[in-house]
Write a protein that binds this ligand. Structure first.
Ligand SMILES: *Cc1c(COP(=O)(O)O)cnc(C)c1O
Length: 390
């Protein structure tokens, strides 16, 4: 089949992708899925109200519990991760919500709460900044909140928040913490039971390197028990139903079986890698990316920098501020021509940054090849726009 670069029709694009080597797509969600995992999607359908399905679901649950380090069941939903943000709010005890907002996704959590009719108070810091826990403590002292929402890895800025610390603070003030670990789990260290996290959600298409369409959540037994007495939990995201069905290795409504095939295979591979080694691989990819950004300043004289401050940088995504006058769109196109895809900036940072998603099944060597292509493209653009410092 003939190939025509990036502008080809869908059928030729599929053919081109299936024999492309893994390691070219560095977007912070969706992330690149290995061909052998994608191949699972072509397996025949199975019925789900039977033993064979339940055995598969039990193996998946064991794998997910090892990823999240919890003894609780992991709920599996056919929804993007935002659905399980809604689950977090709809099933939380009545009362106001405190949202820690430091970017686009943590703001989304606040909006979800408001759209579910909750009164929401925000602790807001500028995009790229970390939270001052004293400000969080002040808010917790003044009001009795039903829950605190927080994003562990804020994918719009690349800032990592210590959710263990936030959980301890929340608990000291008699409230619970609802954690968005969508670009965290499977890449950044998280230990649900060890850190006493009351509710944690994640999605399939970030550090777990699966196709989009599944969300996962863990909730403490206390959270689920309290939910039982709430009158308006809704239907699709009713955690009491999820909990009841999970106990029988089932889902309340039809599972996305094809995605579960891929999930089961991926859980096997993650188990073989080991979650701690997976976290270490992500830290190594983060460190290589940051070192590259600051090396680029030295080698090429271009004014690039990492948005997230030292000490709070996510292991899964790095957001890079470009020199004034360098267009993120132009840069991404120049990188695309060299065979690699990186992410655009998000929300407030769309016009000034690009994002490199170094998460999922990427390797340090593969990432270095991508960074090399990025460097050539940046140097070329900087030269053309005369953005090189004297
Ligand atoms: C991607 C992402 C989401 C949204 O997930 P969807 O699957 O698109 O609903 C939420 N929070 C964070 C931190 C994310 O990275």
């Amino acid at each position: 089949m003939r190939r025509r670069g990036v502008h080809c029709n869908p059928s030729t694009r599929f053919a081109a992708m299936s024999d492309a080597p893994f390691g070219t797509f560095f977007v912070p969600g969706p992330t690149e899925v290995r061909p052998e995992i994608l191949a699972q999607l072509t397996r025949p359908m199975m019925q789900h109200r039977n033993r064979a399905f339940e055995a598969m679901f039990a193996r998946i649950d064991a794998g997910l519990r090892d990823v999240l380090l919890t003894a609780r069941p992991v709920y599996v939903g056919a929804t993007s991760a935002t659905g399980f943000m809604e689950m977090a709010i709809r099933n939380a005890a009545a009362g106001p919500i405190l949202s820690l907002v430091n970017g686009g996704f943590s703001e989304r959590f606040a909006l979800v709460a408001e759209s579910c009719g909750r009164q929401v108070e925000r602790v807001v810091v500028p995009w790229g900044a970390t939270f001052d826990l004293n400000a969080v403590e002040d808010a917790l002292t003044q009001t009795r909140f039903a829950a605190v929402t927080v994003a562990q890895s804020e994918t719009s800025t690349g800032v990592l928040t210590d959710v263990h610390e936030v959980a301890e603070l929340a608990h000291r003030h008699g409230t619970i913490v609802l954690v968005d670990s969508v670009s965290g789990a499977g890449g950044a260290k998280i230990t649900v039971d060890g850190w006493g996290l009351d509710y944690v959600l994640t999605g399939s298409q970030k550090a777990l390197a699966l196709p989009a369409g599944l969300a996962f959540a863990v909730a403490s037994a206390e959270y689920v028990d309290r939910a039982r007495s709430l009158p308006d939990r809704g239907f699709y995201f009713d955690i009491v139903q999820y909990d009841k069905f999970a106990a029988r290795n089932q889902t309340p409504s039809t599972p996305a079986t094809s995605l579960l095939y891929a999930l089961e295979a991926q859980m096997g591979d993650i188990g073989r890698e080991g979650i701690e080694r997976r976290w270490e691989r992500h830290l190594a990819m983060r460190d290589a990316t940051i070192e590259w950004v600051y090396g680029l300043r030295e080698r090429r004289g271009v004014d690039v920098s990492v948005v997230a401050p030292e000490g709070a940088r996510s292991p899964t995504v790095t957001v890079i501020r470009l020199p004034l006058g360098m267009s993120p769109v132009e840069l991404r196109n120049a990188i695309e021509v060299r065979g690699y895809t990186i992410g655009g900036g998000y929300g407030e940072l769309a016009a000034t940054t690009v994002r490199i998603g170094h998460m999922g099944d990427h390797t340090l060597e593969g990432l270095r090849r991508c960074l090399h292509a990025c460097e050539t493209a940046i140097a070329e653009l900087a030269e053309r726009r005369r953005l090189v410092r004297a």
